[in-house]
Write a protein that binds this ligand. Structure first.
Ligand code: ATP
Ligand code: MG
Length: 369
């Protein structure tokens, strides 16, 4: 059997980003050795606040071009307290990458694992398994994050712009329906996409919903539903198990993914993929967490599960089924670790820090062969 090689640009970044990335790579190496049929070739490059403090640059020279020609990009976390550009803005080369590579589809899985903290007493909370799909290049963040298009009218008024375009929205909704189809085929989803908007108030959101309906016509096997964002927030508390794929604009998605993440544990479980037509970036949804860095305390599972999302993406792009197999191995090992209580992260009141969780997971992978 031939071995297909995939090039991965890795930015470990700052704070706990460094440790959780190392954990993710160890786990990726273990599954690729076990499954075979593909090889990940990493190139480690600098980016972030620590690098900026040393060099005055927030990303290594040439790194953007290298990341652009890699098969995937993996990122730990970026940012340190007190380290900013001269004009006071945050060190955020990853937001530039998101913009430059047009990573419009922000995939945030929200899944309940056994023996992790539950905020809801209803036993159906064990069934929570949904995706918040957040448009990540326009929407209400468009003015603020990268483009600096806010309109400042003297000292009395400031306006931000909510921008929705047809090309991005068509691709986003197609992505949502295809994701729902794939999840249904894998047995993890119900084959349902919910369009989350505020179409009753904003013309931009009515347009977002109109394009949703247009694209839905191509996916007759997938059920569609609608929810206003305020009602969706309520429903995520009332019956989160009823949802499968939620598709929404940038800021709504930012808020709802934190809310949904809170229902199933904490930041240490929040994986994230940012996908465009030609590039994919994978990172835990949490930041560099300066309050816990350097203490071997962080939960590496968000980073590890983001690694599994990367394998799925490479599988989609190459048609190589071995990558899916490896991704499922990681997810099953995490599930098994929680259900047998072999994995007990300190984040959830357990006795295992970053290294211990990683070592135990590697052991589960080894022994479940
Ligand atoms: P950003 O602006 O990058 O989103 P943030 O200020 O929201 O960063 P995070 O770094 O995401 O902060 O972390 C928020 C809190 O969650 C941290 O203070 C930390 O205690 C906790 N946290 C984040 N990641 C983890 C993790 N992997 N394991 C355990 N706790 C974590
Ligand atoms: Mg945050």
């Amino acid at each position: 059997m031939s071995t297909e090689t995939f090039s991965i640009t890795v930015f470990r970044g700052d704070g706990i980003g460094v440790d959780v990335t190392n954990s993710a790579i160890e786990v990726l190496d273990a599954v690729q050795t076990d499954v075979g049929g593909f090889r990940l070739q990493y190139e480690y490059l600098h980016a972030g606040a620590g690098y900026f403090r040393e060099t005055g640059k927030d990303i290594a020279p040439g790194a953007e071009a290298k990341a652009g020609s890699a098969d995937a990009i993996y990122l730990g976390a970026i940012g340190l307290p007190g380290v900013r550009h001269e004009d006071g803005t945050e060190i955020s080369p990853h937001l530039r990458l998101r913009d430059q590579f047009e990573l419009y589809a922000g995939v945030r899985p929200v899944k309940a694992y056994p023996n992790t903290p539950r905020r809801l007493s209803d036993p159906r909370a064990a069934e929570i398994d949904l995706i918040v799909l957040r448009e990540s290049t326009e929407g209400l963040f468009y003015s603020a994050a990268v483009h600096d298009r806010s309109v400042v009218i003297g000292d009395d008024e400031v306006r931000d712009i909510l921008r929705i375009t047809r090309p991005t929205t068509e691709k986003l909704h197609d992505f949502a329906f295809e994701l729902a189809r794939k999840r249904k085929a894998q047995g993890s989803g119900q084959g349902l996409v919910t369009c989350v908007d505020k179409a009753n108030v904003f013309r931009s959101m009515a347009f977002f919903r109109k394009v949703f309906d247009e694209r839905a016509a191509k996916f007759p096997d997938i059920e569609r539903a609608y929810n206003y964002v305020d009602a969706q927030a309520l429903d995520l508390i009332r019956q989160p198990w009823a949802f499968d794929v939620l598709v929404t604009e940038n800021m709504f998605g930012d808020i709802l993914s934190d809310l949904a993440g809170g229902l199933v544990g904490g930041m240490g479980m929040a994986a994230c993929a940012e996908i465009g037509d030609h590039h994919g970036l994978f990172q835990p949804a949490h930041g560099s967490a300066p309050d816990i860095m350097g203490q071997d305390w962080a939960n590496p599972l968000a980073a590890i599960l983001s690694g599994a999302l990367m394998l799925d993406y490479l599988g989609d792009n190459s048609g190589n089924n071995k990558l899916y197999e490896a991704a499922r191995q990681i997810e099953h090992a995490v599930y098994h670790g929680f259900s047998t209580q072999r994995i007990r992260p300190m984040e959830f009141g357990g006795d295992m820090g970053t290294h211990a969780v990683t070592t135990e997971l590697l052991d589960i992978l080894r022994t479940s062969r």
